[in-house]
Write a protein that binds this ligand. Structure first.
Ligand SMILES: Cc1ncc(COP(=O)(O)O)c(C=O)c1O
Length: 431
């Protein structure tokens, strides 16, 4: 395996793994490990693939791809997508801040999330986001009040829970089934929509859904739309003429092991057929699809160990750096950066003091040893963004590669950063 493309953006050149044209061992030498490395070319390719599929399936339907910032909120990645023409989908004031820093204007932003505070809603109104995806009657009333206090009318899309079954690989990434915390329960949707229609400081501009993540087939979207479309008709016949947007959420699947990725052409054709004639602009909120495959986590092997008849590969990256294997039992392909040789079966584990701290279990691997570099694939989504300081481990660096050059996009945290906001000497306040 001296030569060849492993996944677009990552290939072996003379045995050594490269991101675009840059050797991953050169990056590890320059910035250390653990480090996330993203191929910006790969991000652009994914965006272009999706946008082309949508544009050719529905040239007559206005639409926009709003990258879901929660998947990867690195400013350099956001900026790349901004330059491609994407908008963003955010879920917090922090993501709003990042989006603004990356150059997105208010009209580029949709604001989702099940538990927004009054302060966050106020920020969103101040920057004039395209619309707020409201998830409960309580949030709608609060937004009406916040908007009234500021003398503005808030553009609102209601996130409806279409209550459909989604075959995604883990229950934590299903969000559109009956009883989930997300969205407005289907049976309450008409009532809340009519309330939005009558409240003075909100305008009901759209409906929204997000049924889950890592969805490879069109069918659950079709089923969800079969529930949402009658609602649009009902609202229109009840006099609601203000609907302009239909937000279909994210969820498009990528390949981690050997699962089928989302078929974007089939998806685009499905959307086109389902929304034709509705007279609405369509918003998409993909996260994982745009960035997952652009990223690897670089880790160095610290030790090999044998215990209870099992082989362990102990690396300097742990669950605090990449929590997906431990949290979702997610599979991430792991390859040595140098030319592979030999074969072992081992658990790849990190330094964190938890038995749940692993990157892979019982994995067929080349015979790697201390000092070897490993690349953990498909780590560009829900990787760094979910990293923590557990065990007081500084969070890793983030590096972007573009063709034959690379740059540090996030410096590795330093030990001083770990206690920057803490006080050893307390300033007591009296009760
Ligand atoms: C409201 C909303 N939109 C979009 C997304 C992005 O999902 P994905 O990364 O699967 O595309 C999520 C993910 O949880 C979400 O909660």
């Amino acid at each position: 395996m001296g030569q060849g493309v492993l996944t677009p953006g990552f290939a072996r050149v003379d045995g050594v793994l490269h991101a675009d044209d840059v050797s991953l061992s050169q990056i590890a030498d320059a910035v250390g490990t653990p480090a996330y490395v993203y191929s910006l070319g790969r991000v652009r390719e994914q965006y272009t693939r999706l946008e082309r599929a949508l544009a050719s399936a529905m040239p007559d339907v206005p639409h926009r791809v709003h990258f879901s910032v929660k998947a990867n909120s690195n400013l350099a990645v956001l900026r790349t997508l901004q330059e491609c023409g994407a908008g963003v989908d955010i879920v917090s004031a922090g993501e709003l801040f990042r989006a603004r820093e990356a150059g997105f204007g208010g009209a580029d932003i949709v604001f989702s999330g099940v538990g927004k505070t009054a302060e966050e809603l106020a920020h969103a109104l101040d920057v004039q986001v395209l619309f707020v995806n409201v998830e409960s009657e309580g949030e709608l009333r609060l937004l009406n009040q916040v908007a009234g206090d500021r003398g503005v009318v808030a553009p609102v899309a209601l996130r409806i829970n279409p209550e459909v079954t989604v075959e995604s690989p883990h229950e934590y990434i299903r969000t559109g089934e009956k009883g989930h915390k997300f969205g407005i329960p289907y049976d309450d949707a008409e009532h809340v929509a009519m309330l939005a229609h009558t409240l003075p400081n909100v305008e009901l501009v759209g409906l929204d859904m997000h049924i889950g993540s890592q969805i490879a087939v069109w069918q659950p979207y079709a089923e969800a739309l079969d529930r949402i479309k009658p609602l649009i008709a009902t609202l229109r016949s009840a006099g609601v003429q203000s609907l302009r947007f239909l937000d279909l959420g994210g969820g498009l699947a990528v390949t981690y092991e050997n699962e089928a990725p989302a078929d974007v052409e089939q998806f685009a054709a499905g959307v086109a057929a389902a929304v034709r004639g509705l007279g609405l602009s369509i918003v998409f909120e993909p996260g994982r699809f745009l960035v997952a495959e652009s990223g690897v986590l670089l880790a160095r092997v610290l030790y090999r160990k044998r215990s209870g008849g099992k082989d362990y590969v102990i690396t300097d990256a742990g669950m605090n750096d990449l929590v997906r294997p431990s949290h979702y039992q997610a599979y991430h392909r792991i390859e040595p950066v140098s030319a592979p040789h030999g074969a072992i079966v081992a658990d790849v584990v990190g330094p964190v003091c938890e038995s749940g701290d692993f990157l892979a279990l019982a994995r067929d691997l080349p015979d790697v040893g201390p000092g070897d570099l490993l690349a953990v694939f498909t780590a560009g989504a829900y990787g760094f963004v979910m990293a923590s300081n557990y065990n007081s481990r500084p969070r890793p660096a983030e590096v972007v590669v573009d063709g034959d050059r690379f740059a540090v996009a996030t410096e590795r945290e330093r030990l001083e950063d770990l206690v920057r906001l803490e006080r050893a000497h307390l300033q007591w306040r009296s009760a």
